[in-house]
Design a protein around this ligand. Structure first.
Ligand SMILES: C[S@@+](CC[C@H](N)C(=O)[O-])C[C@H]1O[C@@H](n2cnc3c(N)ncnc32)[C@H](O)[C@@H]1O
Length: 551
């Protein structure tokens, strides 16, 4: 701590006290050496903590470092003297590196997209949190002093994350009222402004649902230099924080913990709405709709944590998108493809994202390969919960010219291969009493896409739908759901081949949505069909074609 710095956290106060004690020990002749030694150890521990945390925390970005340098070197006294700020702002009120990184981490953990900050100062915590937000995330920062907006904005503009921040100047309570009137809600709220208003901000936020269900509130300075728990404190801010902590601690609407980092950060979350409603004796219907099935709200019911999935034809296109989608919501994924390199590349992509993935090379038109694929997965992960039978081929020819070879090849992969996968995975799933099979059919199972001629493809995909319906009804009473997805025309590299490219304009005029499907348009469907949220669906053909089959 620099010599002129005022101790600002319990640890900094402790360091100062230990230094004084050491000085006293050094100047009194009769202090045992053992006591001096113990004092030095205590001082080393306390004074080394912040430096160590600083060193071991991921480095701040250049815009944050610049914001810090500019804030610390600014003459705040002079600015106030010149009447540019209403109050004389102490530079120490900047949150800084370790706290900024903590807030950014909380944003990541809570997957917040919308953040509200009360008390921006020069914007260090605002920019730290913005860095943790996704590209379409946003942060509304309330700040009393217009001068601070002008101070922070040029630095925000140097950061790729600065555009996520909107600064609202004026009294924070006025801004809160405005936001509540507009029906705004936030995933995370950070309070770091005038301490005597903390309880008012907190109550207003909860009473007006500014913090969304399962949102998180963080509050700074909750240890207030230890004044919240020391006796004989007269400091008004210390007493305000003490009262605030006690209020939150007694509030049945929330759970809280104070993290003793810097000057203390309270992390507060709303507890179950059920207990909140019974407390207020609201007339609620306390059932699965209200609580969620098994206490899990709808999005949680789409999670696939601990589930084992495979996707065939996952080396590219739709299969790759399916593999990523299933992995992103928690499943372990076996990436199956005829092409070894492609399967390995996608498994590597998934692994990089933190998904447990393996690659398997298999030709699903060969029964031995199919059985080997299933055996590999079961021996590696002990089960198969989700089977995405997606591999397929498409050849074009006029029906009068379609060779038996083309017909057989198409059916061997698209229908016979899909059946073999369903059967092999189904045997495992029937034994488990649980399974979700998702076959990739096609819009061509419903309509005859034109002008290209693809008899064997169309009929094989119609077969996939009937296969799905039959298995879906035969196995459902033993816990195995079988459904299929029928994509419309998907924008894959194949579409841009020389022979197909001229047809794109023609197709577009047949599609109400006015565009081809992207593989990402299909991802939510596979997650839904793989999850418990679709437990009453079986034998269904989920058509995703931008309305094309309706015209
Ligand atoms: C502790 S500083 C905030 C530090 C900031 N979070 C950071 O990361 O550096 C408190 C800020 O709250 C602002 N403030 C105080 N009272 C306010 C109020 N009633 N409405 C809005 N802002 C207020 C002050 O002007 C000051 O900039």
């Amino acid at each position: 701590m620099p010599a002129e710095k005022v101790p600002d956290t319990p640890v900094e106060v402790l360091v100062e006290l230990l230094k004084k004690a050491k000085e006293i020990a050094a100047t009194s002749g009769n202090v045992p050496e053992e006591l001096t030694c113990q004092l030095q150890k205590a001082l080393d521990i306390a004074s080394g903590l912040d430096d160590y945390l600083e060193l071991m925390t991921t480095q701040e970005s250049e815009p944050l470092a610049e914001l810090y340098r500019k804030t610390i070197s600014h003459d705040w006294k002079q600015v106030h003297k010149e009447g540019k700020t209403m109050f004389q702002l102490p530079k120490e009120c900047i949150t800084g590196h370790v706290e900024g990184q903590t807030l950014k981490m909380l944003i990541h953990i809570s997957q917040a997209k919308r953040v509200l900050e009360i008390g921006m100062f020069t914007g260090y915590s605002a920019l730290s949190m913005a860095e943790g937000l996704p590209e379409d995330g946003c942060l509304v920062a309330c700040e009393l002093e217009p001068y601070l907006k002008d101070f922070a904005q040029p630095i925000f503009d140097t950061s790729p994350h600065g555009k996520k921040i909107t600064v609202k100047t004026g009294s924070a309570m006025d801004t809160l009222k405005e936001l509540a009137a507009a029906g705004e809600q936030f995933d995370m709220v950070f309070i770091d402004a005038d301490k005597d208003n903390y309880i008012n901000y907190y109550n207003f936020i909860l009473d007006n649902n500014l913090l969304r269900l399962r949102g998180v509130m963080c509050v700074d300075n909750c240890l207030f230099k230890a004044k919240v728990y020391l006796k004989d404190v007269t400091d008004s801010n210390g007493l305000a924080l003490r009262k605030f902590n006690q209020f939150v601690c007694n509030d049945p609407r929330v759970e809280q913990v104070i993290i003793p980092l810097r000057d203390g950060i309270s992390v507060i979350r709303r507890v179950s709405v059920v207990s909140e409603c019974s407390r207020t004796q609201s007339k609620i219907t306390d059932d699965k709709v209200f609580r969620g099935v098994g206490g899990r709200p709808i999005l949680d019911r789409m999670h696939l944590d601990g589930k084992v999935a495979y996707v065939t034809g996952a080396g590219q296109g739709i299969g790759r998108a399916f593999a990523h989608a299933l992995g992103e919501v928690g499943a372990k994924v076996a990436v199956v493809d005829l092409d070894k390199d492609k399967a390995e590349a996608v498994a590597e992509e998934l692994f990089l994202k933190g998904v447990n993935a393996i690659s398997i090379t298999a030709d699903i038109s060969k029964s031995d390969d199919v059985q080997r694929m299933i055996d590999n997965i079961v021996s590696k992960w002990g089960a198969i919960h989700i089977a995405c039978n997606n591999a397929g081929i498409n050849m074009n020819s006029a029906s009068e010219d379609t060779s038996l070879e083309e017909w057989d090849q198409t059916f061997n992969v698209n229908l016979r291969g899909t059946f073999m996968c369903c059967q092999a995975a189904g045997r495992v799933m029937l034994k488990q009493g649980y399974g979700k099979i998702i076959n990739t059919a096609s819009m061509a199972s419903l309509i005859v896409p034109h002008p290209q001629k693809q008899l064997s493809y169309n009929t094989s995909k119609a077969g996939v739908v009937k296969l799905t319906q039959t298995l879906g009804t035969e196995w459902i009473d033993r816990g195995v759901h079988v459904n299929c997805i029928s994509p419309g025309i998907v924008d894959t590299p194949l579409i841009h081949s020389e022979s197909l490219r001229p047809l794109v304009q023609r197709w577009l005029s047949d599609i109400p949505a006015g565009r081809l499907a992207q593989v990402t348009d299909l991802q939510a469907a596979v997650v839904y069909l793989a999850s418990d949220a679709s437990d009453y669906m079986t034998g269904h053909n989920l058509v995703i074609e931008g309305g094309q089959s309706l015209w």
